[in-house]
Design a protein. Structure first.
Length: 177
């Protein structure tokens, strides 16, 4: 059980993580395109929070992160919030079910989460009137985004561990406190 002081420090860390996400997305990743896509920091962070803090924290952080992404990307409010909520929750459930042992698990889980999240987003885009061929969207946007996010999450994870904003994953348990 966490004391009120520890809970407040945890909320401050997660708030700082959101501010860092906005800064990274606005300043750095939105200006760099790799394979024709930009990295989505708002999707990577719920995976990290879910894996290191559990499914409930991952879901709440994913929801708030998704709302921020909806506002920043000027998308319909709620779509990314729902997708990132599910990403954070499922990442946390995965970490509770099968504890990750290394940063490679973070890379693989982020790539899979990006693949599924972007696929759901592409389906929504297709259903709401974007008449681009669906499999072209998957080939040109979804698959490259999974590769880019998967490769960029490792240095992001290691940097956030060093800044003590994200806990280090430990063999056999959720994460080191």
């Amino acid at each position: 059980m966490m004391t009120p002081r520890e809970r407040l420090l945890e909320v401050l860390r997660l708030s700082l993580l959101l501010i860092l996400a906005v800064a990274l997305q606005a300043v750095l990743t939105s200006r760099l395109t790799v394979l024709g896509v930009t990295a989505d920091v708002f999707l990577m962070l719920p995976v990290l929070v879910g894996m290191t803090r559990g499914s409930l924290a991952g879901a709440v952080f994913g929801f708030v992160s998704g709302l921020l992404a909806d506002i920043i990307f000027m998308d319909p409010i709620g779509l990314r919030a729902l997708i990132y909520l599910l990403v954070g929750y499922l990442s946390g459930r995965y970490a509770e079910w099968m504890p990750p042992y290394s940063a490679w698990a973070v890379v693989a889980l982020t790539a899979v989460a990006t693949l599924l999240g972007q696929w759901v987003y592409a389906v929504f885009q297709f259903l709401t009137g974007n008449r681009a061929p669906f499999f072209t969207m998957v080939w040109r946007q979804v698959l490259p985004a999974a590769v880019v996010n998967g490769l960029l999450v490792a240095p992001l994870y290691l940097g956030l561990v060093r800044l003590k904003l994200v806990r280090r994953l430990e063999p056999g348990g959720m994460s080191k406190r």
